[in-house]
Unconditional design. Structure first.
Lengths: 94, 484
């Protein structure tokens, strides 16, 4: 079943994606059919199954707290679309 | 025979014996590229001058490792210092990393000669390389057909003898499927075997870097260099790494091979089933014990995969916002508008689609029903494999349900395209090592056989692949590109 346009718009806002009207309609349809396919998972009883979010045993990896040389600021900023006084510049936030 | 036709280990021997120089090899490879690249379109970036410079430096310095002086390419998802890394996306069109991914750094230190960056589906999301924002790559066996994906450029370039080896990445089959479509060797190591540092993330719990080559020996040589712990990637496990060339022994007597019945069901092309069944007979002939098994949750792997992978992707791709690198919409009046319009302009359809799906699956009210459910199913899938590996050393199956399809044939409905991954995603969900090797042809197109191993047991894959290769000649077939 297709998602509603309102649902698509809500998800697009969360995902920070401007969608055109035709895209909203397309994704409403396509997301609906993929989610319907995903409903297949409900055939399985997973009561009591521990979710597997990581394939390896997860543990914290520690290292010595010592300073390693990092890249120069100019190198990092070189790829930025807009820089001022050694900092990223973005449009007004507040 | 021209130098570009030789495999990595053949070139290495010639270099070692000083019969050729690295410069001559690189020149031969570029002559080949000039001959076929117009048709193939495998590379996004080529750096002939830089490559020749690196080759001359090698020639002056001498042997460093088994790949020293050998040209290679990297999938354009792997950061290369000073060389554009686009992920085949408009949003990273002009991105030049200031550092190397760990795998790139290791190949560089070993003296390999990087010649360029290979085409792929945008952000590794696709199975045909048609989702590249720039151009589609062609299959050298039939230029009307796709090379597979997402690492389609890597597979096609190796198959067309443009390079002896390449690296790619595999999240749901993106190394094995194109290797199968192009008739080359493709290895996805165990999750955690190879560092992902500097590899642009798609789905962090599934992504793994691996190798394309024309022969199994070459794959072992490259794995020796890229595998092993990395302080810069805490998920890359620092456990002992064997010398993978030690597994290149033509003796598999007593090896216990399972083939899962779910991987031979309807929907898998006849020609593919036949070729893989023949290969299983060959294994029996070579002394292996071959038995049918069941992986009962197989059919649930694909829907679970698409929820897990897209959920992770939606988080990973949040970083492309027009602030630190890549495209930016300068017209936007506030920062949220800038994020949203930059992303709308920079991402292609399939990427947007997957970000939307992942965002939905993680959103409030749906998290338990989709994402959490998928992680529970993931556990069941892994349990299936664990059970089989209690009694067997190796699982053998087809790599893909079909041979290479035609360009434009599967661009409409995402679900149709996703079905390509049905035999490869379970292996990523369980974090296991998987390999595709050529095992025959169906109507003139290569068929791949998938070898699946226990965690961190790439050695057994290499051993079984090598034994098959030594006793068959599918790996010697080369596509005819109508030149020469």
């Amino acid at each position: 079943m297709a998602l509603s346009i309102q649902e698509v718009q809500h998800v697009a806002l969360l995902a920070r994606l401007n969608l055109r009207k035709d895209e909203e309609e397309k994704y409403a349809e396509q997301l609906g059919s993929i989610l319907q396919y995903a409903d297949k998972l409900n055939e399985l009883d997973t009561e009591g199954v521990e979710p597997l979010d990581h394939i390896l045993p997860v543990f914290n990896v520690f290292r010595e707290d010592k300073v390693n040389p990092g890249p120069a600021r100019e190198e990092i900023l070189a790829n930025a679309p807009l820089v001022e006084e050694g900092q990223y510049k973005v449009p007004k936030i507040i | 025979m021209d130098l570009y036709e030789l495999t990595l280990h053949e070139l290495q021997e010639k270099l070692y014996n000083k019969q050729v120089s690295s410069e001559e090899i690189v020149k031969s490879v570029f002559a080949r590229i000039k001959e076929v690249e117009d048709k193939m379109q495998a590379f996004i970036t080529l750096d002939e001058e830089g490559a020749l410079d690196r080759a001359r430096k090698y020639d002056a310095r001498g042997n460093l490792s088994s790949i020293a002086g050998i040209p290679y390419g990297l999938k354009d998802i792997i950061c290369s210092q000073g060389m554009k890394t686009t992920c085949a996306s408009k949003i990273l069109d002009n991105f030049v990393p200031f550092y190397d991914a760990t795998v790139a750094a290791r190949l560089k230190e070993a003296g390999g000669v990087l010649i360029g960056k290979l085409n792929m589906d945008e952000f590794a999301m696709g199975s045909s390389t048609e989702q590249s924002a720039f151009f589609p790559t062609r299959n050298p066996w039939d230029l009307e057909r796709v090379p597979g994906g997402s690492s389609g450029g890597s597979a096609a370039a190796v198959a067309a003898c443009e390079i002896p080896f390449a690296l790619g990445t595999d999240t749901g089959g993106s190394i094995r499927q194109p290797a199968s479509f192009c008739g080359v060797v493709g290895l996805k190591p165990t999750y955690g075997r190879v560092s992902r540092y500097g590899v642009i993330a798609y789905a962090s719990s599934l992504d793994q870097v691996g190798v394309f080559s024309r022969e199994v020996r070459d794959c072992a040589l490259v794995l020796n260099i890229i595998a092993g712990g990395d302080p810069l990637d805490s998920t890359c496990v620092d456990i002992e790494k064997p010398d993978y060339t030690a597994f290149l022994k033509d003796n598999i007597k007593g090896l216990k091979i399972a083939y899962p019945r779910e991987y031979f069901q309807e929907g898998i092309e006849r020609g593919i089933k036949d070729a893989v069944k023949q290969a299983l007979l060959k294994y029996e002939e070579l002394g292996a014990i071959v038995e049918e098994v069941s992986l009962p949750h197989s059919e649930y792997a694909l829907p679970a995969y698409y929820l897990v992978a897209t959920a992770e992707a939606s988080a990973n791709l949040a970083r492309f916002d027009g602030v630190r690198y890549g495209l930016r919409d300068f017209e936007a009046e506030n920062v949220i508008q800038m994020f949203s319009s930059t992303r709308a302009a920079g991402f292609g359809d399939e990427v947007k689609m997957r970000i939307m799906l992942g965002t939905y699956a993680l959103s409030s009210g749906y998290y338990d029903a989709y994402y959490l459910k998928a992680l529970k199913v993931r556990r069941l899938i892994k349990n299936d494999f664990d059970k089989v590996f209690n009694d067997f050393d190796l699982i053998v199956a087809p790599t893909t349900p079909t041979t290479a399809f035609k360009l434009g044939e599967q661009t409409g409905d995402p679900l149709t395209l996703y079905m390509n991954d049905i035999l490869t995603v379970p292996i990523n969900m369980a974090g296991l090592p998987g390999m595709s090797i050529p095992c025959g042809f169906a109507e003139g197109l290569p068929v791949g056989m998938q070898l699946i191993g226990k965690p961190f047991d790439e050695g057994t894959l290499i051993k079984a692949a090598y034994a098959f290769e030594q006793n068959t000649d599918y790996h010697t077939a080369r596509p005819d590109l109508g030149v020469k």
